[in-house]
Design a protein around this ligand. Structure first.
Ligand code: SF4
Length: 371
């Protein structure tokens, strides 16, 4: 099969570990960084999927911009050689505002990146300190201006709400500041406390003053209202875009399409000839990953076959997050559908079903009822 596919590249390094983070990221430096980049180049060059065109390329992490411009360029060159991008392909890199400058952004646009996603998280210095971010509040504006001057015409800002001690007024100010920077796209996620993080330990000791559920609902509604007034569409529960600037890479995930992935801990999902899918996870720790590549050993630490039942479940769970919703499948329970519609959580849209604005607060419950 040679159809265009989404390509993900995982860079597992960060300058330090944020208190809430459970991503596959490591605050490592020294030889392991260059060794990992070499191993990633080898993985891409030996890929069994070489030749499949890229419809999107996404460098995530970790912090891709922890790497210097030469490493980022070499990695993107290798991906482009293995997966020639289709005309107009979206090529994104995540970036931490504390790890970029105009020179690096210029090198990235020269290399072919055409979309940048900045992890701003908050404009309040105390929030950033508490979260363990390495950048200051002013760095976000500097990074946006540097990215624009380097030629990035498609820019996302990530912000989090529901932060410890956050008031509705503070969240509103964060939204206003983000909107004043005129990004084409905003990702606005509620802070979740993941097990085995510093925040989980603080929370267990009662040391995180987290906003309650009602406040989280209020913050979310505020985000929808402010972004809507500013001309953004809530095309996914947590993602807001100016028309035409929806993240095409993430849409591939939410629509249940294939994606190929490279790098430590990267997760890919490809179609098998019988119509099923295989999902795989690369060795997570950079050391294990390098050893596997260098010894031509087993690169995957996990893999699973996804049968039709699992694929259906995932299509419902992820598709409901999208404004476009899901196909009105004949297998959906008519009693569950009637109940969800009578509660005002679900509505038909042509041949599709989607959450109502009220239903967006109950996405998990709706998905569970339909599954
Ligand atoms: S920058 Fe992102 S990936 Fe790195 S530790 Fe912080 S939240 Fe995790």
């Amino acid at each position: 099969m040679n159809s265009p596919v989404a390509i993900y590249v995982h860079v597992p390094f960060c300058p330090s570990k944020c208190g809430y983070c459970d991503f596959n990221s490591y605050a490592l430096a020294g030889d392991i960084v260059g060794r990992t980049v070499e191993a990633m180049l080898a993985e891409i060059r030996r890929s069994p999927w070489r030749g499949r065109p890229a419809k999107t390329i996404f460098f995530g992490g970790g912090t891709p911009t922890f790497l210097d411009a030469d490493c980022l360029t070499a990695l993107l060159d290798a991906v482009v050689e293995a997966h020639p991008p289709i005309e107009g392909a979206e090529i994104t890199s995540e970036a931490n505002p504390g790890t970029v400058d105009q020179e690096k952004f210029r090198a990235m646009t020269r290399a072919g990146f055409n979309r940048i996603s900045l992890g701003a998280q908050s404009f309040v210095p105390e929030d950033l300190l508490r979260l363990g971010r390495v950048h200051g509040a002013a760095d976000v504006g500097h990074a946006v201006r540097a990215a624009r001057e380097a030629g990035f015409a498609n820019l996302n800002l990530d912000l989090m709400f529901g932060l410890p001690g956050q008031s509705s007024r503070a969240w509103r100010q964060n939204l206003d500041l983000a909107l004043s920077l005129k990004p084409e796209h905003l990702s606005l996620y509620c802070l979740t406390i993941e097990p085995d993080t510093r925040f989980a330990r603080l929370d267990r000791r009662g040391m995180l003053d987290l906003p309650d559920e009602d406040a989280q609902v209020e913050f979310y509604d505020l985000a929808v209202a402010c972004t809507g007034n500013a001309g953004y569409e809530a095309y996914e529960i947590s993602n807001f875009a100016k028309p035409g600037y929806e993240c095409r890479h993430n849409l591939c995930y939410w629509r249940g399409e294939e994606y190929l992935a490279y790098g430590p801990g990267a997760v890919g999902c490809f179609a098998e000839p019988a119509g099923l899918r295989t999902r795989y996870t690369n060795q997570k720790h950079p050391e294990r990953y390098c050893e596997a590549i260098e010894s031509a050993g087993d690169l995957w630490c996990a893999s699973e076959s996804l049968d039709e039942g699992v694929l259906r479940t995932e299509r419902i769970m992820l598709g409901l997050r999208l404004r476009e919703g899901i196909d009105h499948l004949p297998s959906l329970d008519p009693h569950a559908l009637a109940s969800l519609r009578s509660r005002g959580w679900l509505e038909p849209e042509g041949a599709r079903l989607r959450l109502t604005p009220a239903g967006r607060h109950f996405c998990t419950e709706v998905a569970a009822a339909l599954i």
